[in-house]
Design a protein around this ligand. Structure first.
Ligand SMILES: Cc1ncc(COP(=O)(O)O)c(C=O)c1O
Length: 496
């Protein structure tokens, strides 16, 4: 049995398949004396338990009576009784629906997705402007793919990814990032996060129990490696990148780095440090994971090629569309050194049998037709404008602030003059004014096993200065300016 036509004035209607009514069958075969009450109890329980969801339209009393083999009067009576109790409601005209009074009984899925802070101005880094997602071009690519995809491509894919996408990506990455891109060693993954986990598992299987990470750095790296049973060893940075002495002394044989635009400090690894890092990797027979999370965005400096281009046998290179299109797509790539390739592909296979085919085919088309380059250019223009708005607003409202890491990426570091300290007081005032910011210290590892980069500079009297990581890509220039002004007002007014 299916329900009859909806009454749109009563809101959304749910359809019920015949299976849902089978739970009334035992009641329908109860002895005649108790049948009416049994039916009411069964219907009440079905609503209360959520098996009949709110706004589900019930069959007509005639249909249900026929289906259950009982008299229509019993069903009418049950409907009336449960309507009086609030379990059901009768709509305008004919029709009976499950009421909203028992809504809480229905299990509802909770949404645990990270959300924006809801602040008046939200400078928390990590998100691109999701309203710039190219919906029209994406929809066109989707239509094209669905029209042309051969049936066999809907089967399980090559765990490395569709050859068409790996070919397109290899060409794109070689051209844009200077990587040595062999499509045979490229694995399509669900983001840098999965690339990190895959490598973690592979390194763990080879006996590695520790991997070095930048300090300060992305908290993601610790969590992802921990999931693979690999501990992270925080290592200090200077203005050129990871400091070599502590790295050598640490005993680790692998490190994760963000050399194009270190997260969060924004420094670009110097040419010298890149060479030293690769020399070190060779000397310990180890590997470097290059997390190129925002390497697509560079504004006023000559593009740095990826580290991987200098030694593809020592560097695993990972990137994704999380900053260029949307993190929700969960789509990325990992280029692996030959020595790791087989193990990584096998891990990917046993993890999920490969990335979703339609998404891959769609993205391949998107790249092949130049849509991805167009999107990158569009974002680059918008983000440069936003970066400029942020830098000039900081100059205006926080004179003397040192703003660094501005040449690339989607966030900057603002080191404020000492008079704004101490940091806790500054952060409390800014938060009270409705501005969300993150200090660099939030990305510092608590455990400075091998010394640490001082994330907050020591000010006079030992007071730490205020160093903020300010994400700007998701905010239009007017919001950026208003947010910086708000932050300045909140911290200036109260200081008097
Ligand atoms: C430095 C860094 N690496 C990796 C990731 C995860 O990226 P993906 O969405 O590609 O898994 C993030 C997420 O924001 C990040 O900040």
């Amino acid at each position: 049995m299916t329900s009859s036509k909806a009454n749109p004035a009563d809101g959304p209607e749910r359809q019920v398949g015949s299976a849902a009514w089978e739970l009334l069958l035992p009641a329908a075969s109860a002895p005649a004396r108790t049948r009416g009450r049994s039916l009411q109890a069964a219907l009440r329980e079905a609503v209360r338990s959520g098996r009949l969801a709110p706004d589900t339209r019930l069959p007509s009393s005639r249909d249900l009576a026929a289906d259950l083999g009982v008299s229509r009067g019993l069903i009418t009576e049950a409907y009336e009784q449960l309507t009086a109790e609030g379990y059901l409601r009768s709509g305008r005209g004919a029709g009976t629906w499950v009421g909203g009074a028992v809504r809480s009984a229905r299990p509802r899925a909770r949404d645990l997705a990270p959300r924006a802070t809801g602040a008046l101005a939200d400078f928390v880094p990590g998100t691109p402007d999701l309203s710039m997602f190219p919906r029209a071009a994406w929809a066109a690519a989707q239509r094209g793919v669905l029209a042309g995809l051969p049936h066999h491509e809907l089967g399980y894919p090559d765990p490395r990814g569709l050859p068409r996408l790996r070919t397109a990506l290899a060409e794109l990455l070689a051209r844009r990032r200077g990587v040595v891109a062999d499509p045979e060693r490229l694995v399509v993954v669900s983001g840098v996060a999965q690339a990190t986990t895959l490598l973690g598992f592979v390194l763990h299987a080879r006996g590695l129990r520790e991997v070095g990470v930048e300090n300060p750095g992305s908290p993601q790296h610790d969590a992802l490696y921990a999931a693979a049973g690999v501990a992270t060893v925080p290592l200090p940075l200077d203005d050129e990148g990871l400091v070599m002495g502590p790295l050598r002394e640490s005993g680790v044989r692998s490190v994760v780095t963000t050399p194009a635009h270190q997260f969060p400090t924004g420094i670009a690894y110097s040419a010298r440090r890149r060479t030293e890092l690769l020399d070190w990797a060779r000397s310990v027979d180890g590997f470097v994971l290059e997390d190129d999370y925002d390497g697509d965005f560079r504004y006023d400096r000559a593009p740095f090629g990826a580290l991987q281009g200098l030694d593809p046998e020592r560097v695993a290179y990972a990137g994704s569309v999380s900053k260029s299109l949307a993190p929700g797509l969960r789509l990325g790539w990992l280029l692996v050194p030959e020595a790791l390739a087989e193990d990584v592909v096998e891990r990917k296979r046993t993890m999920d049998l490969g990335h979703p085919t339609l998404d891959q085919a769609l993205f391949a088309r998107f790249v092949e037709r130049g849509d991805y380059d167009r999107q990158l250019r569009r974002c680059q223009r918008a983000y440069r404008e936003r970066r400029d708005a942020l830098v000039s607003a900081l100059e205006e409202h926080f004179p003397g602030a040192e703003v660094t890491g501005i040449a690339a990426g989607l966030h900057v570091i603002a080191a404020l003059p000492e008079r704004y300290g101490p940091q806790e007081r500054f952060l409390a005032r800014v938060a009270a004014a409705g501005v969300a910011v993150r200090p660099v210290t939030e990305y510092a590892h608590a455990n400075h096993a091998f010394g640490g980069h001082a994330p907050a500079r020591a000010g006079e009297g030992g007071q730490p200065g205020v160093r903020l990581v300010l994400g700007y890509a998701h905010l239009p220039p007017t919001r950026i300016r208003a947010g910086v002004r708000l932050m300045a007002e909140a911290t200036a007014t109260r200081r008097r």
